[in-house]
Design a protein around this ligand. Structure first.
Ligand SMILES: [Zn+2]
Length: 325
């Protein structure tokens, strides 16, 4: 546990089996203590976060979950003694939609298959995902969620934190902003050590466009300290925003260059450069192919909306080709 300010602590909650290694969970002490993000629903994650809370003598905190990904929300079921779990209404809708079933995620998978993901790859990727998700989402039905909107305020210790809804990385991703001290708890919206994954979601169609809009929105507030959901803290947010936007522009150009004739998203993903296994697509773990495909689809949809590509649907499968001008 690391003390960041007199009343704010950072806990590196381990994420077993994930290349992300750990999630940054923040604990704000004082009256009505608040925990921002949790970790996977595993014993290892639980003991680290629980020990940190015990050390700070916090018995009953409230929680704020930046988004629905299992590395942020997963552990919440193991802290039933709480004063409520704040989450954006969009993310709450996903919980309702997938309550007791895997429906929401199956819709996502079906869409990836329509975009060329081989069934065999999907099965393996989904088995890995499931090994992380199982035991996480069923618990969510019993949680005392408090639904948050843009501008909702959470009072904790001597701080007032405003909710900023920043769709893109997930449909209702939310950051928390302390205007007095200009601190942004950025979740997975702005990360410094990796680029946040942008994918297709059943409830967020043009996720890349929404993400870029949400990044631009961050330029309107004054940020002195950025406390992200993974990796290094306190980088330069405005510079990072430009870098991330630049990264996506490069990828959009690369995809335009790769589109030769009519291709599905899986074929496009295989022909662009990734920072995985030296870019050798055939050596990619299935899980990485799954993420790379989602990312590629988000970019293809963006280009389609820019009227640079057209989408062709044949026998339930989706293909793209350039619109020649
Ligand atoms: Zn995430």
């Amino acid at each position: 546990m690391e003390k960041i300010f007199d009343d704010v602590y950072l806990v590196h909650v381990p994420l077993p089996k994930s290349p992300l290694k750990y999630v940054n969970s923040y604990i704000i002490t004082g009256e009505k203590p608040l925990v921002i993000d949790t970790g996977f629903n595993t014993e290892e994650s639980y003991s680290v976060l629980n020990d940190a809370l015990s050390e700070l003598k916090i018995k009953r905190p409230s929680f704020f979950i930046t988004h629905i990904h299992a590395d942020h929300i997963g552990l919440i079921g193991r802290f039933p003694e709480n004063y409520g779990v704040h989450i954006s209404e969009e993310e709450y809708k996903i919980i309702e939609d997938s309550s007791g079933t895997n429906d929401y995620w199956l819709r996502m998978n079906e869409y990836l298959m329509r975009n060329g993901l081989p069934e065999e790859d999907l099965k393996i990727a989904f088995r890995i995902l499931n090994s992380i998700f199982v035991g996480t989402y069923p618990d969510l039905l019993k949680i005392n969620f408090i639904s948050m909107k843009e501008g909702s305020v959470i009072t904790t210790g001597n701080r007032k934190l405003r909710v900023l809804i920043t769709p893109g990385h997930s449909p209702g991703h939310a950051c928390l902003y302390d205007e007095r001290d200009e601190i942004l708890f950025s979740g997975d919206h702005i990360l410094f050590t990796i680029t946040p994954n942008i994918t297709w979601w059943p409830s967020l169609q043009n996720s890349l466009e929404r993400y870029i809009i949400s990044l631009e929105k961050m330029k309107e507030i004054r940020i002195r300290d950025t406390l992200p959901g993974h990796g290094e803290i306190g980088g330069e947010p405005y510079k990072r925003i430009e870098e991330i936007i630049e990264h996506h522009k490069k990828r959009l150009n690369e995809i335009m260059g790769a589109l030769d004739g009519e291709l599905n998203a899986f074929q496009v993903a295989a022909s662009i450069k990734w920072n995985v296994m030296n870019g050798e697509w055939n050596l990619f773990p299935k899980m990485q192919k799954y993420f790379a495909l989602g990312e590629t689809i988000a970019h293809l949809i963006y280009l389609e909306n820019m009227r640079l590509l057209s989408r062709i649907e044949r026998n339930g499968k989706i293909y793209y080709k350039k619109i020649l001008k």
